[in-house]
Ligand binder design. Structure first.
Ligand SMILES: [Zn+2]
Length: 239
């Protein structure tokens, strides 16, 4: 089973992470060091076709520290990563500027994907809005980077079967969620990481142990929400 890990911001303020998604540079390096010894970290698109169990690294939102703090460590351990940039956040305080995004997009270890235009929850958007978010974010990022943008990650990890289809129609080759959707080509599941993840939790997440239980749990909750049925008779389907 692949482990596609989700990072956000690699930073700390006075030695403490200030939000649940924040991971300090020291801890990030500890994780990369462990990965370099124990797992194969490959470009994200490899996880679409490879039968071997791989790890891929992704960064959501496009924080500026992905360039200043994460990239030097990715270089040190020669590990590829995909940055899913919110197109409308380019040049905002704390996020990559257009110039920085253009530079980092050229880096051999980095792939740029879209994370929507304004980081909205796609499940709450009308189809025309969802379509606009998908196509305009892609166009904006393509015009900044001069590269083709074919990968996408759903903001908040949220999507559904209709959105999965829409993403393909809007020109994406593949999209990633966080436990939501069918885990198909436009809703591949990822494992979120944050300040709570010490090395023991990280190892569980990077080896697929965590995903096995967590994915089952999410599928189970989802099925209960949709069907309103009792637990008996549903759970075996997710074993
Ligand atoms: Zn996000």
């Amino acid at each position: 089973m692949h482990s596609v890990l989700v990072y956000h911001t690699i930073d700390e303020v006075k030695g403490q992470p200030v939000c649940p998604e924040m991971i300090s540079p020291e801890r990030f390096e500890q994780q990369l060091r462990w990965l370099s010894r124990r797992r194969r970290v490959m470009p994200l698109t490899e996880t679409l076709s490879s039968k071997r169990s791989l790890v891929a690294l992704t960064f959501d939102d496009g924080y500026r520290d992905n360039l200043t703090a994460a990239l030097p460590l990715l270089e040190k351990y020669s590990m590829p990563a995909t940055i899913f940039m919110v197109a409308g956040f380019v040049d905002r305080d704390g996020y990559l500027s257009a110039t920085e995004l253009r530079e980092i997009a050229k880096h051999p270890l980095i792939t740029i994907g879209s994370h929507g235009l304004w980081h909205r929850n796609f499940n709450e958007l009308a189809e025309t809005e969802a379509r606009l978010e998908l196509t305009e974010s892609r166009r904006t990022l393509e015009s900044i980077t001069g590269q083709k943008i074919t990968l996408m990650a759903w903001p908040y990890g949220e999507c559904n079967s209709h959105l999965e289809q829409l993403s393909g129609e809007c020109g994406y080759a593949a999209s990633w969620s966080v436990w939501k959707g069918s885990n198909g080509r436009h809703s591949r599941w990822r494992v979120p990481l944050g300040a709570r993840d010490n090395l023991v939790r990280f190892v569980a997440k990077a080896t697929g142990v965590y995903a096995l239980t967590e994915a089952k749990l999410h599928r189970y909750q989802e099925a209960r929400r949709h069907s309103g049925q009792q637990s008996a008779g549903i759970l075996p389907a997710f074993r």
